[in-house]
Design a binder for this molecule. Structure first.
Ligand SMILES: [Zn+2]
Length: 509
């Protein structure tokens, strides 16, 4: 049994690496003769010598790792020789085998597959974080595995970081592969998911998330499905154990190796079944629901879906854009004023009262002369050396000791003092200044033009009726918060589907 000679099947040798090319040339895949592709067994006599074999293996310029089976990295030439001796000289959803044992994570490790995403991705960092999370989620939903992004390690995310199980790093191999991964039996230094720049410019249906779904399949032990003899192409070796019947549509099957899947690289039912056989039933419903007040609610797996909580008695619930709502009840609550059976009575409409922009106002004309000093209307100061006084309903100030007899423009000498003006209503003298009091905005606040009395509460409308000011009442919410139309309860986790069934709120995970 042998690894496929690259000269016989060049495309699958680069596996994921040829994704972009294949999107341009969809019919180009294994170009090997049918007879050679289908052999699988008994090709030992045609196996190349180690040096000849090694010369065909792509070596990453940065790490020096040898890339076999398209996107599987071997750290050293010694490992490459072992690989050659074990697989090339000898010799889906299938699990990788090391000797006679499955290469898989144990029950403790499988739910703690921690990883970092290197900040060396730069402007692509956020894209990689999201694609990794989405790809991990696909496997987490299928089987009891849990990939955990440890973002605190992202700034020191390299192959020697022992605080994570594996690292996710950029690499520059000029499209030799789009991404590559590792198997669970690898040492920490070899446990990397490396992503080439070319993986960021793939065309639909290929996505970075799809590529990473395939790569994360390797990280939990899954081999290329097309190495199974049923594919009739792209044989790699026989170091695997079948978990399910052959699946030509598997996420682990290269489309160009007689696959029936698309480059979207989605998990098939058999992928999910195989993963569950190896790792057990998935941990479900781990994502919290965000309640309307910002708190987090947990959900429980009921055997099929994630149960959150019951719908309030009598409420009419619905889902919109993955948010849960109930319909509000007609309001009797008055944030301002008192409920009169239909609306909220606020106050009698004051003289020159009006409504503008859902607020109540009254106009004022105080300080139509003089300036509003925040308390009174300032009119005029008596000149230095003179005394302001009031006499006979008029304002005066005493004569100046020298200079013009009455220095303030508009005043005149009446034979003994300077006449200033007739005392206005509310006029008074304070600190040698003339004032008049005003009572505009004696309720409400002066907004520079009018006296603002009150703004109608959010969700209510101000109106006037029969000389009184009113607002509409606020509809009430048995649960949740009123959004102006309905009662918003909570939001389902990203990537899940909110639904309502049997009087309760659920999401499908
Ligand atoms: Zn692969």
């Amino acid at each position: 049994m042998t690894i496929q000679n690259p000269s016989r099947c060049s495309s699958p040798r680069r596996l994921i690496g040829v994704l972009a090319g294949l999107s341009l040339l969809p019919l180009v895949g294994c170009d090997a003769p049918e007879s050679q592709q289908a052999r699988g067994e008994d090709v030992g006599t045609t196996a190349p010598g180690f040096e000849e074999f090694a010369a065909t293996v792509f070596q990453e310029p940065e790490s020096g790792a040898y890339i076999v089976d398209g996107d599987v990295a071997l750290e050293s030439r010694e490992q490459l020789r072992e690989f050659y001796e074990r697989y090339v000289l000898q010799g889906a959803l299938i699990v990788h085998r090391v000797g006679s044992a499955d290469a898989r994570w144990d029950d403790t490790q499988k739910v703690n597959l921690t990883y970092c995403v290197s900040t060396a991705f730069g402007s692509r960092y956020g894209t990689v974080v999201q694609a990794m999370a989405d790809a991990a989620r696909a496997w987490e939903r299928a089987a009891r595995v849990d990939f955990i992004h440890v973002s605190s390690q992202d700034s020191a995310c390299n192959a020697s970081n022992g605080n994570v199980v594996f690292d996710v790093n950029p690499v520059n191999v000029n499209g030799q592969y789009l991404a590559r991964a590792f198997f669970p039996n690898y040492a920490r230094s070899g446990r990397n998911v490396l992503i080439d720049s070319s993986a960021f410019s793939v065309s639909p249906p290929t996505t970075l998330t799809g590529i990473l779904r395939h790569e994360l399949g390797h990280t939990i032990g899954f081999r290329h499905e097309h190495t199974r003899p049923e594919s009739g192409a792209c044989f790699e070796d026989n170091s695997w154990r079948p978990l399910t019947p052959y699946d030509s549509a598997s996420v682990m099957h290269y489309p160009q190796c007689n696959g029936t899947n698309s480059w979207a690289l989605e998990l098939t039912q058999r992928d999910k079944d195989g993963a569950r056989l190896l790792y057990g039933t998935p941990i479900r419903c781990t994502q919290p629901v965000t309640y309307h007040n910002g708190s987090q609610l947990s959900a429980q797996y009921d055997g099929a879906n994630c149960y959150i909580k019951p719908i309030p008695a009598g409420a009419s619930a619905f889902v919109q854009n993955n948010n849960y709502y109930i319909q509000s009840r007609p309001g009797t609550y008055c944030p301002q004023g008192s409920f009169d059976g239909a609306n909220c009575y606020v106050m009698p409409k004051p003289a020159r009262g009006f409504i503008l922009g859902n607020s109540f106002y009254k106009a004022y004309d105080a300080c139509s002369s003089g300036g509003n000093d925040g308390a009174n209307c300032y009119l005029l100061s008596a000149p230095a050396g003179t005394q302001a006084f009031e006499y006979g309903g008029n304002f005066y100030h005493s004569r100046a000791p020298s200079g013009p007899a009455c220095p303030v423009a508009g005043t005149w000498f009446d034979g003994s003092n300077c006449y200033v003006m007739s005392k206005p209503a509310g006029g008074f003298i304070y600190g040698n200044n003339f004032y008049k009091a005003y009572d505009a905005c004696s309720s409400g606040s002066n907004d520079g033009a009018n006296c603002h009395l009150l703004s109608a509460a959010w969700g209510t409308r101000a109106f006037e009726n029969a000389g009184n000011f009113y607002t509409t009442a606020v509809p009430s919410c048995q649960e949740g918060s009123y959004d102006g139309a309905n009662c918003y309860i909570m939001r389902a986790p990203a990537g899940t589907s909110a639904f309502i069934s049997g009087g309760a709120f659920y999401y499908a995970d």
